[in-house]
Design a protein around this ligand. Structure first.
Ligand code: XMP
Ligand code: MG
Length: 183
């Protein structure tokens, strides 16, 4: 199925491809300044952050390395449980490294707050967060996001890496799923 066909499954496009591109470029200019002369390790959280990682990394005019983690915080539903399990750990030793966690979305914040504490315990020089999306109305813990793309309403969104039942990750925009998809 072509991406242009599955766009009919959305009720609304919240953020389109060009808006994402422009915002990531703005964030990259700030990141380049903040890390001037320093090493930078981007840590992507699988699978949702794949698209934002790919675009952010290529937009950055800065030497970087990339590593990946896979964690699970959800059961089968769409509510964060706060129970986080590492499904795939980093290959990189974080001692003395400047780590930038790259995430797709901050919902309750429970996953990232756990991840932040976990990575900070590994002896890095610094750990910061870059997230494309945040749902302020869903926050259950306070997360200090240094680089944020967009605040969005408290709705379940898909596209640009975000899935419903593993689908829609390849949409170029971020949108809200139509109710008939859930039925
Ligand atoms: P928490 O609640 O711990 O959740 O901040 C973060 C993770 O949950 C997933 N998530 C979503 N995935 N559409 C999705 O496709 C959404 O609206 C959504 N909200 C949360 C996502 O994996 C994120 O990393
Ligand atoms: Mg995720």
């Amino acid at each position: 199925m072509e991406p242009r066909d599955i766009e009919g499954d959305l009720t609304e496009i919240l953020i389109d491809e060009e808006q994402i591109r422009a915002r990531l470029a703005e964030l990259c200019r700030v990141i380049e300044k903040d890390y001037a002369g320093k090493d930078l390790l981007l840590v992507g959280v699988l699978k949702g952050a794949v698209m934002v990682m790919a675009d952010l990394a290529r937009e950055l005019v800065h030497p970087i390395t990339m590593d990946w983690m896979a964690v699970s915080s959800y059961g089968s539903g769409t509510q964060s449980s706060g129970v986080v399990r590492i499904l795939k750990d980093l290959d990189t030793d974080l001692h003395g490294r400047n780590v930038l966690i790259v995430e797709d979305i901050i919902d309750s914040g429970l996953t990232l707050s756990w991840l932040l504490a976990n990575l900070k315990s590994r002896g890095p020089e610094s750990v910061e967060i870059c997230a494309l999306l945040r749902k302020p109305a869903a926050a259950r813990v306070d997360i200090d996001v240094k680089y944020l793309g967009f605040d969005i309403p408290n709705q379940f969104v898909v596209g640009y890496g975000l899935d419903f039942d593993e689908r829609y990750r390849n949409l170029r925009s971020v949108g809200v799923l139509a109710p008939h998809i859930y039925a």
